[in-house]
Design a protein around this ligand. Structure first.
Ligand code: HDE
Length: 750
């Protein structure tokens, strides 16, 4: 019986083969398929200029000769990793077309094994990020305080910048409320210098040893692994309300700084105080600042929420779109220069305390050079994922201070790469290689790419002629640790000046404009409103009582909890206007304008409006009922694909009737879903942009759109006029970023 079954099956199978006239499987004696390529090889297309790979050098500094096309899938013939030509990568080697796959299929095993190991661990923090290449040009103003070659007048240095969020996983949304990383690698002629900063000038903790605590508190809670990329949960607020040195940074997070509009529109800060050394050996203490040419702008909260759904890659896309459009983002690098005094204090501010700023009004930021990002990565993994930064990557002229947060960072950044990049040779990965000769005596290890010559990788040696030579003390091109005196008993303590956790938080809160303060209060109320534990909320309210009574009262009211008495009296502070993002005028270059038209709008009028926008240095996006072209005008977005969060302002040229693919909205009067006179998606676009305090212009013929969106024609920031004529007033409004007066002011206090 046991023998019958296979036979029966075989019979069945043979029958079906015969029935369907399938080609029999190749077997012994069957002619092998021809070795010809299934399609004739064609010459590879030339790589696009924007797709050029990074210039790379070998670990010894020599050019690697690896042109990007050498590594692209552009060669004529597919090969194995060993260079053997392949006949097929579509079918595994089987015992007959329906048979099992053979273990001997070396190509299959190589392909799948490589695939199985394609992912590396994401960064433990700052996992979600994006990067770009550029150039830094020094203006020479730092020469008197710093001997670094890349800060000498006119010197141009290649840079790579990685922007990031801190909390979210690698696939999380860009626009969450969080601190942003702003890490810059300068490939200087004296070695790589990394300025690994954030968009917030202070940090959560004063001591590096607390970093695992704050990160464990803010990351998703360990039982359910939620919430993703959020600080609005119990463990975060539990920690920051107990560990009150976190309050200053947290206030920045809750402010509009926590929700930047674009990576291009963020300030950057080195956070710690660094020590600079000039040619004469004199030292000064400095804080680094990046000042964006594009202005410092944020999203409003609702926009962040819409963006996370509409386009979770929004910041990434925004950076690359700008670079592709030639609107290269630029930042000035500045320093606050303070004397290197024995107590390392400035105007009563402890320069070693990373939870403190030095207000710009007390010590102005002097600009020492400009960075322009002009090239996006060719390969995200090779560049953005594999780049490593290290605050210990220093060049002669720049040294660290005893800031206890910075000191721990000097250990952590190398250590983490051993796991993340799989061994100690991460400096040989192309994006991490110095652009100057490297002559270390590190040898072997996982992923060693160099073939080191010589026999004596040790010092001193005679067998390799004593090379390489070490610098002398008189040598100004070698890195010298500044011989700052150190003395003290071995203790686990902090200085008394680190005890003040609230005065600068008060300074920050009181330096904000009214509308920014409202956003701040709402953010605290939202975040604490998402906590379950009342004890946590009460404890944070206690912190707010110590920071600012009005802010505390507002948040307490929102939470329905009592207002606590302060345990320390809120500080008397002199506000620092530089901390507010509101009240300044910024260039409108590169800002995005939606031009809404109908299918039958005169193409000549559309082109006129589009040109007027572009002539003003802004980018026009034609938004129409359908894709393709209107006359000669290319449609950039349709009513279906456009989202209000993409645009900084809107020009409505026409009032389109509901299109065939529109969905009716609920009509309260009629009591059922119905269409109004205007396409509901255009109404939604305009209504959202109005709510988000964006400038709106409408042609008199498009007044029906404003009416349908509930936008009064005389509301602030609404321009009624022909689209081309409305561009100038629109640009004027956009220079302030938002129509600030459109935000409701806080109800008068009783
Ligand atoms: Fe980091 N931080 N950090 N950090 N950090 C990392 O390094 C760490 C701190 C910052 O785009 C990690 O390669 C410790 C302050 C940025 O690749 C890790 C402490 C500031 C980036 C690490 C701090 C930063 C990181 C994770 C307390 C602002 C992203 C993966 C002592 C001045 C860099 C990695 C990139 C990344 C440790 C505090 C900025 C684990 C222990 C303060 C922008 O090494």
């Amino acid at each position: 019986q046991g023998m019958d079954k296979p036979n029966q099956k075989k019979g069945k199978r043979d029958m079906s083969v015969a029935e369907h006239d399938l080609t029999p499987p190749p077997g012994p004696g069957v002619e092998a398929p021809s070795l010809e390529e299934p399609t004739a090889p064609v010459p590879p297309p030339p790589p696009k200029p924007s797709q050029r790979g990074p210039e790379t050098v070998t670990p010894t500094g020599a050019p690697s000769g690896a042109a990007p096309e050498d590594v692209a899938q552009q060669g004529e013939h597919l090969t194995t990793s060993q260079g053997a030509r392949l006949r097929s990568t579509d079918h595994s080697l089987k015992a007959g077309p329906r048979g099992p796959v053979l273990l001997q299929d070396h190509h299959l095993r190589e392909k799948i094994t490589h695939f199985d190991h394609e992912r590396i661990p994401e960064r433990v923090v700052h996992a979600r990020g994006t990067g770009a290449h550029g150039v830094f040009v020094a203006n020479g103003r730092a020469e008197k305080i710093c001997r670094a070659a890349f800060l000498k007048q006119g010197v141009e240095t290649d840079v790579f910048v990685r922007f990031s969020t801190v909390v979210g996983f690698r696939g999380s949304a860009d626009t969450v409320r969080d601190t942003r990383g702003f890490a810059t690698k300068f490939y200087t002629e004296e070695g790589n210098y990394d300025l690994v900063g954030n968009n917030i000038p202070v940090f959560f903790i004063q001591e590096g040893i607390k970093f695992p605590d704050v990160v464990h508190a803010v990351k998703p809670e360990p039982d359910k692994e939620i919430p993703q990329a959020q600080s609005a949960h119990d463990t975060f607020w539990d920690f920051v309300s107990l560990h009150t040195e976190a309050q200053h940074h947290t206030a920045w997070n809750m402010s509009d700084r926590g929700v930047p509009l674009s990576y291009r529109m963020m300030e950057g800060f080195g956070v710690h105080t660094f020590r600079l050394i000039n040619d004469a050996g004199e030292t000064s203490l400095v804080k680094f600042h990046w000042k964006p040419h594009q202005g410092v702008h944020s999203q409003v909260w609702e926009e962040t929420q819409l963006t996370a759904g509409n386009d979770p890659d929004y910041h990434r896309r925004d950076l690359y779109d700008a670079i592709d459009a030639g609107a290269y983002p630029a930042w000035d690098l500045g320093v606050q220069v303070m004397p290197d005094t024995e107590d390392e204090m400035f105007e009563g501010i402890d320069l070693l305390d990373p939870t403190k700023i030095v207000p710009e009004e007390l010590c102005p930021v002097e600009i020492i050079g400009t960075m322009t990002l002009n090239r996006r990565p060719t390969n995200f993994f090779a560049e953005v994922e594999q780049v490593m930064f290290n605050p210990g990557n220093l060049v002669p002229g720049i040294d660290v201070t005893n800031d206890p947060l910075l000191q721990v960072r000097l250990f952590s950044y190398i250590d983490t790469q051993i796991t993340r990049l799989g061994g100690p040779n991460f400096s040989q990965i192309p994006i991490n290689r110095a652009h100057c000769p490297v002559n270390d005596m590190f040898r072997d290890g996982f992923h060693q790419h160099a073939v080191h010559g010589g026999v004596a990788p040790y010092k001193p040696n005679s067998l390799d002629g004593g090379n390489p030579a070490q610098g002398k003390d008189s040598d100004t091109v070698a890195f010298i640790d500044v011989p700052t005196p150190v003395e003290g008993a071995k203790v686990r303590e902090k200085p008394a000046s680190f005890e003040d956790h609230f005065s600068q938080t008060t300074l920050f809160v009181r330096s904000l404009s009214e509308v920014e303060r409202q956003h701040l209060a709402r953010a605290y109320t939202f975040e604490l409103g998402k906590c379950y534990e009342e004890a946590v909320k009460l404890r944070q309210l206690q912190c707010l009582a110590n920071i600012d009574a009005d802010l505390c009262a507002e948040v307490a009211a929102g939470l329905g909890l009592p207002v606590p008495e302060p345990t320390v009296p809120p500080a008397e502070v002199e506000p620092s206007p530089a901390l507010s993002q509101v009240g300044k005028k910024w260039p409108v270059t590169g800002r995005k304008i939606a031009v809404v038209v109908d299918a039958d709008t005169d193409p000549a009028a559309i082109e006129k409006a589009r040109k007027a926008v572009m002539d003003a240095g802004m980018l026009a996006f034609v938004v129409a009922p359908h894709g393709g072209k209107l006359g000669d005008v290319v449609v950039d977005r349709t009513f279906l694909t456009a989202a209000s969060i993409e645009f900084d302002a809107i020009l409505v040229a026409d009032a389109p009737a509901p299109g065939p693919d529109a969905v009716p909205t609920f009509d309260a009067k009629a009591g059922h879903d119905a269409f109004g006179p205007v396409d509901p998606r255009v109404v939604k676009l305009v209504a959202e942009m109005f709510r988000h305090a964006k400038a709106i212009a409408a042609d008199p013929d498009a007044a029906a759109v404003l009416a349908a969106a509930g936008v009064p024609e005389d509301a602030p920031g609404v321009v009624v006029g022909g689209p081309a004529d409305a561009v100038a007033p629109l640009a004027d409004l956009l220079a302030s970023h938002r129509v600030w007066e459109r935000f409701p002011t806080a109800p008068a206090k009783a």
